[in-house]
Design a protein around this ligand. Sequence first.
Ligand code: ZN
Ligand code: FE
Length: 258
Amino acid sequence: MLIISPIPAFKDNYIWMLHTPTSKDVLVVDPGDAAPVEAVLAADGLNLAGILITHHHYDHTGGIGELTRNRAIAVYGPDNPAIPGITHPVKDGDTVDINDIGFTIIATPGHTLDHIAYYTEFGDNPAIFCGDTLFVGGCGRLFEGTAQQMHASLSRLAALPGNTRIYCAHEYTQANLQFALAVEPDNRALQQQVQAVTRLRTNNQPTVPSILSQELATNPFLRSDQPAVIKAAGDRGGDVNASPVQVLEIIRAWKDHF
Ligand code: ZN
Ligand code: FE
């Protein structure tokens, strides 16, 4: 099994650090800030061996320059010239072996157009590093893409094995679940998740990763084909016969002002 741990950054970002059990060479995902990464490397005696980037936003890329200044390491990321320092551009369907860890790249446009996710089944423990696409209880804002694109991206993630762990890039869970409860007040699995998450946050513990099967039961943005979610969208002025894409668009716009 991979060793995966969060490095908190800024107000609510997680920079994920991962390595195989036998190696002190680590990868980091979306290092928006170099300082907290350097602090963990020094404290734990680890070597930075590579960087994975999901999309061009600065809170995910801002540390690339400093982290690569004195290291000749690979930086994987979208084929987007706006991101400085990418050495290995990757695209949908690529399979790459990084530091003995195999990843499949899944394009997940919506939050941004260049967004990608990194999926691995290392040790039969599937995990996905999905940046700002799928959050615990929510999804990324539509800054560049359409609801149609986000729906297609989320549908691809939803089709992964149910035990896939979801490593997203922000601790947004409590706010997301408050919104999810407004959409589906009668969802029992959601009510239970709220309690579990409240306990974790009270103890200052991360709520990430989540498990895909959990998200399928509670995350309204993965449930835009469910009667209760369609009804909630209808109550917001939507069509009761709205398609899953239209439902997603309505609840995403609702969440933007929640
Ligand atoms: Zn972002
Ligand atoms: Fe972000």
